[in-house]
Design a protein around this ligand. Structure first.
Ligand code: UDP
Ligand code: MG
Length: 311
């Protein structure tokens, strides 16, 4: 296979049950494909025995190293931390539950080298078994996200292969709230897509609850675009137009002596304008909160422990 080394970043959050077997499977496939690899595990503040499993992996093999967060900072942040610490000419991002199947890795590397691309994006050909509510929310989110940002993230995934310059470019970005797929798309470079079918998550369910998914979509939108701020201006414009038309009509009825009535209109207008004002304030507030968070300049994550193989 390729003479380049492959660094793999894998975030793990409460994965004690499956992590060990999954990592065994992964290294087995990679060794079979003769890919020279290093695996960096990021323990995203797990509250179960994930760190002990990781300690065992790093003790057994020099291919493993790991960092541990002081608390759960979220997958997006874990990926950023992983990218800063990982070595290798190529860097692969994948999930610890092997829903991003290792058997595709050699094809992704081949595609990267053959096409001369800098980034290979794994695209889900089928989304695997997901609960219908999750599926529905994911599709609503991607639809909204595409409309607001102009980027199509549908079926996109965090299964990505990056060349070193891309990793360096992402590491140079200095934001505290990140949406990883948004960053990878923002830095540019030459992309190739690789379509794969998602495997089942064995013995467990997704770590993302509905509320986490909603938070992720908010984070994604707020960190990627400031368009919603202009929506408020647009709403203002539309209402100005209505105000003009209704204003003229009101003045006309007043001067022609047939005023009064129109109580319904007043109530409706009050309600609609009130709602729009509140919504606009909410959008403004969301961005102000972000600015506040960014100017505090807190570190994106806190590493409590690191592990490498000791001879
Ligand atoms: N994960 C993480 N931090 C979190 C939630 C998830 O590091 O707060 C990791 C998790 O351990 C897994 C990957 O992100 O390796 C994807 O999570 P999961 O399989 O639960 O998500 P889904 O497959 O539903 O996208
Ligand atoms: Mg999964």
């Amino acid at each position: 296979m390729s003479a380049k080394t492959l660094g793999i970043v894998i975030p793990a959050f409460n994965e004690e049950k499956t992590l060990y077997q999954n990592m065994q499977k992964l290294t087995h496939v990679l060794s079979g494909d003769r890919i020279d690899h290093r695996i960096l595990l990021v323990d995203d503040g797990s509250s179960d025995g994930t760190w002990e499993v990781i300690a065992r992996l790093t003790a057994e093999s020099s291919r493993f190293s790991a960092i541990r967060f002081a608390r759960n900072f979220g997958k997006e942040v874990a990926l950023c931390a992983g990218l800063r610490a990982v070595s290798g000419d190529y860097v692969l991002i994948m999930d610890s539950d092997l829903q991003h199947p290792p058997r595709y890795i050699k094809d992704m590397i081949a595609l990267l080298e053959r096409s001369g691309a800098d980034i290979v994006d794994g695209v889900k050909a089928s989304r695997g078994r997901e609960n219908p509510l999750y599926k529905c929310c994911a599709s609503a989110f991607y639809g909204l996200f595409r409309r607001v940002t102009g980027i199509d993230l549908r079926n996109s995934s965090d299964f990505k292969l990056l060349r070193r310059p891309v990793v360096n470019a992402i590491n140079a970005l200095d934001e505290s709230h990140v949406f990883f797929r948004g960053l990878v798309s923002w830095v540019g470079f030459k992309h190739e897509t690789f379509s794969f079918s998602v495997d089942e998550r064995i013995g467990d369910t997704s770590r993302f609850s509905l509320s986490r998914l909603i938070r992720l979509s908010l984070d994604a939108t707020l960190s990627y675009t400031s368009k919603p701020l202009y929506f408020t201006a647009l709403a203002g414009g539309i209402f100005l137009l209505f105000a003009l038309i209704l204003g003229i009509q009101t003045l006309y009825t007043f001067f022609s002596g047939s005023a009064v009535s129109g109580f319904t209109t007043v109530i409706l207008l009050l309600l609609v304008i009130g709602a729009i004002l509140c919504a606009s304030l909410g959008i403004l507030g969301a961005y102000v909160a972000r600015i506040y968070d960014e100017v505090k300049h807190r570190p994106q994550y806190i590493i409590s422990e690191q592990k490498t193989h000791e001879e």
